[in-house]
Every structure is written in structure tokens, then in C-alpha cells.
Design a protein around this ligand. Structure first.
Ligand code: DGL
Length: 258
């Protein structure tokens, strides 16, 4: 019998924050993870570039016994999911991130409360979080903050650099000045930074990974063996090092090109 896999994709190691939650609650499934490190960061690319990169990954999944795909990337969910959904309809079931978790992000908030979104430039420009949140409650105020540069801190492990801390502080100052009640970690790379965030600003942090994993659990039924294959599109060794916080990858990360 051929093994079935869940395909999980991101521009780099960020999506591992989603994979780790999926694996915690569905350890009996098989996974193929692709980090498109050749094209990272997605957050400063155009929607059509992001669509083209992710379309290639989905075509690869299709050929490799994947039936369910998790877009473990806010940016792709924001700017390319709608097109991908049409393109791959009837071939793949695709779970987007933002659209799946927006209702959980505002749970417990009241009208006129402010929620801050930290995200990539492409996600902020798309206004996808605002749209999804306002479908549920148009009275919640959403402050969207372009955090260009955070992804590089994670991918290149620049956590301790003064420049990194200054950049993070400048973004969290905006949150503070707007009296936000909660922060959405609106890029899958940002859970890697949350301990640093907490030291600077003691506020509630919403990590979409947990809600997304819970939603998907009821919709995927095949039985696997817990196998995970990791791929990156450039520098697999670097990928493995940067991945450490969410996944201590034992096997080699394979280089893949589309
Ligand atoms: N981790 C991705 C996200 O959730 C993309 C980061 C990037 O490549 O800019 O948005």
C-alpha cells in the first residue's frame, strides 16, 4: 500500500511552528514539509510571485501522494490561497491559515477592543486578517504592523543582535501606544520570537498554530505511521539548524527543486 502524506508548506522554517502542533495532536499521520528557502522572504514579494512559487509546491505534492495540504504561511494564505483553491479544486484539500483561525483570534474580545497584527508586508497589505475578523465582528479595531525583518532574524538566528532587539522594540511600541489587548502572531516565523516579545511587552499573544491544528484534526482520516520528510529549496543544513526550536530534525533535510 502507498503511504498517504499531509503536505505542509512555508517559505522557510516558520511553518514548523504549525507542523509541531499538527504532529502533537496527529502523531499517526505522515507529513511532507517543504520550506521554500530559495525564495524567502515571501513577505516582500508580489502576490503573483508567491502564487507561482506555491503552485509549484502544490504540483509536487500532487505527484507525491498528498491529498491534504496545510498552508503553514500567513502570507500565502493572504495573497495566493484564493487562486490556488480554484486551480487545485477537486485535486487537493487545502487548509489556509488566516481564514481558519480568524474567529479564534478574537475570542473573548469586546466591541471596540483593539487587536494588533504583527505580520509580513504582503499580509498587512492584503488586509486579509481585517476582512476575516470584520466578517465576525466589524467593531473590533485591528492595528496591522509590517514587521519586515523579523523573518530574517529567525532564519539567520540573529536573536541576540542589538539591531534585532531594537527592531522588535520599535514594533511592540506601536502595539503599546495603541492600547491593544492582544497580539496575533501573524507570521508563522514569529512564534520563534515570542519569548523575546514577552520580555519587552507583557500582553496576550495569539499563536494561530494551535487553533489551526485543532480544526484540521477532525477533517483528516487516513492512518499513517508518523513519518515526516523535510525538504528545503536551498541550504538544507542551514534549514536544519534554524529549525531546532520547533523540530529537532534527526534525519537529513533533502534539497528539492521544482
Ligand atoms: N512564515 C510566513 C508567513 O507566515 C512567510 C514569511 C516570509 O517568507 O516572509 O507569513
Amino acid at each position: 500500500m502507498i503511504n498517504e502524506y499531509i503536505g505542509v508548506l512555508d517559505s522557510g522554517v516558520g511553518g514548523l511552528s504549525i507542523l509541531s502542533e499538527l504532529y502533537k495532536i496527529m502523531p499517526d499521520k505522515n507529513y511532507i514539509y517543504v520550506g521554500d528557502t530559495k525564495n524567502i522572504p515571501y513577505g516582500t514579494k508580489t502576490p503573483s510571485e508567491i502564487y507561482s512559487y506555491t503552485k509549484d509546491i502544490l504540483n509536487y505534492f500532487l505527484k507525491n501522494n498528498v491529498k491534504n495540504v496545510v498552508i503553514a504561511c500567513n502570507t500565502t494564505s493572504a495573497v495566493a490561497y484564493d487562486k490556488l483553491k480554484i486551480e487545485f479544486e477537486n485535486k487537493l484539500k487545502i487548509f489556509p491559515l488566516i481564514q481558519s483561525v480568524a474567529s479564534n483570534a478574537i475570542e473573548g474580545l469586546k466591541n471596540d477592543d483593539t487587536i494588533a497584527l504583527l505580520a509580513t508586508r504582503a499580509t498587512v497589505n492584503s488586509k486579509k486578517y481585517e476582512q476575516e475578523i470584520h466578517k465576525i465582528n466589524p467593531k473590533i479595531k485591528v492595528i496591522s504592523i509590517d514587521c519586515t525583518g523579523f523573518v530574517e532574524i529567525v532564519e539567520n538566528r540573529l536573536y541576540k543582535e542589538d539591531k534585532s532587539i531594537e527592531l522588535i522594540k520599535s514594533k511592540l511600541d506601536i502595539v503599546k501606544n495603541n492600547n491593544a489587548k492582544r497580539i496575533i502572531l501573524g507570521c508563522t516565523h514569529y512564534p520563534y520570537l515570542v519569548d523575546i516579545f514577552r520580555k519587552i511587552l507583557d500582553i496576550e499573544y495569539f499563536n494561530p498554530a494551535i487553533s489551526l491544528a485543532k480544526k484540521i484534526k477532525n477533517e483528516i482520516n487516513f492512518k499513517g505511521s508518523g513519518e515526516i520528510k523535510f525538504y528545503s529549496t536551498i541550504n538544507p543544513e542551514e534549514f536544519k539548524k534554524s529549525a531546532k526550536m520547533f523540530f529537532d530534525i534527526k534525519d537529513d533535510v533533502q534539497l528539492i527543486n521544482f
